[in-house]
Design a protein around this ligand. Sequence first.
Ligand SMILES: [Zn+2]
Length: 362
Amino acid sequence: MADMVRSHQPRDRHPEGAAPIGNQRSPGALAVLLALGAALAGCGHLWPSWPFSGDDDFSVATSARFQAHAAGEPPAATLQALEQAAALLEASFFPGRNVAQVEVLMVDWPQLRRLLGANRTGATLAELPGKGPGGKRGLLVVYGQDATSAGALHRLAHLYLHAVAPRAPLWLHEGLASYVEAGEVRGDDKAPLACLGQLPRPDSAVALGDLFALSFAAFDDNTTRSPIQFTASSVVDYFLMADGGKLRGKFPELIARLGEGLATQAALEKVYPGTTLAALQENVTAHRRASEASPRGRCPIAFPMKSSERMPAPKLTPSPPGATDSLLLRLRMLPRRGGHLDWYPPEMIGLPGGQFAKAARP
Ligand SMILES: [Zn+2]
C-alpha cells in the first residue's frame, strides 16, 4: 500500500549521539560526553547534559485538564492559557473530546534548551516511554513562563488531533496546529465564542506533492519548518474557508480518513471525489491570493463555547512521593532528536503501541 505513514522507516533510536545539545563545551568535556554517550547508547539513554538533578524541588498543580510539575510553584497563567486553549479546541475542531489528564513539565529557559535544543520552544509527547502512571495521556514540555495562547493552542492541537486521528500525517499535524495558533476567545463571559479561520501569515510555499510526502523523520532534520507550516496551514484554510465554506462540512471526514492511515491523495479522492493533486495545488494558491485581497474580520468562523468555561484557579496539590522523579526518569528514555519537530508521535518515541504496531495488526 502506498501509504506514507507505513512506508516511513522507524528512525535510528540514537541519531544524536555526537550532536552537541545546548551549551558549548570544552573539547575535553565533549570527549567525556561522547564516551559516556557511547557507553549509554546500548540502553537508549542519550542525554549528554541532562538538566535536572535530584535536588530540584518540584511542586505539582492541577487544573481541570492538566497536572503541572514545576520547580517552585507552577505558573498559574501558563495553566490558565492551556485550559483556555483546550476549551477553544473542544468547542471547534474537537467537539466532545477530552484529553485530560495531560501532564505538563514546566521548566526554565536553560533547562528547556538543554532538553530540546536550540530550535524548539516546547514539545508535545503522545506518551512517555517506560512504565509508570505518569504521561499516559500525553506530556507537554514547556517554558514555564510561556502563557501565550498561540503556544498552548499549537501544542494541544497535536494531542487532540492524535486522539481523533492516531495516524494523521505530518502535514495535517503541523498544518492544523499552526492554523489554530491564531484562534481567539471573544464575546462575553456568558456567551464566549471560539474564533478561528484567520488567514495564516505569509511565508514561502512548498509544493503540495512534497508536503504530503513528508514523514515525521524527514521534517525533523530539515530547515524549512516555517514554509512547511505555512503551506500546510494554507491547505487547512482552503478546506475551511474556500467557496464560502462549502468544503468545511466534510473536513472532519478528511481528518478521519487520514487518521486511519489513508495516504493523502487517496483520502482526498474519497472525501472530495475528483480532487487531483494538480487541481488542489491550483485551488489552494488561488484561494490564498483571493484571501489576501479581502480581509476577513476578527472572527471569521465562530463556535459557541460553554459559558461554564470560567476556570477555577489551579490548585497546588501534594505530589505523590516520587511522581515528578518518575516522570523525569521516563522523559530521559526518550530518543533524542535534532531539528525542529515539536510533536513526538508514538512511533518516534518507539512505543510498542505506536502507529507501526497498530498498522501491523491484521
Ligand atoms: Zn507542531
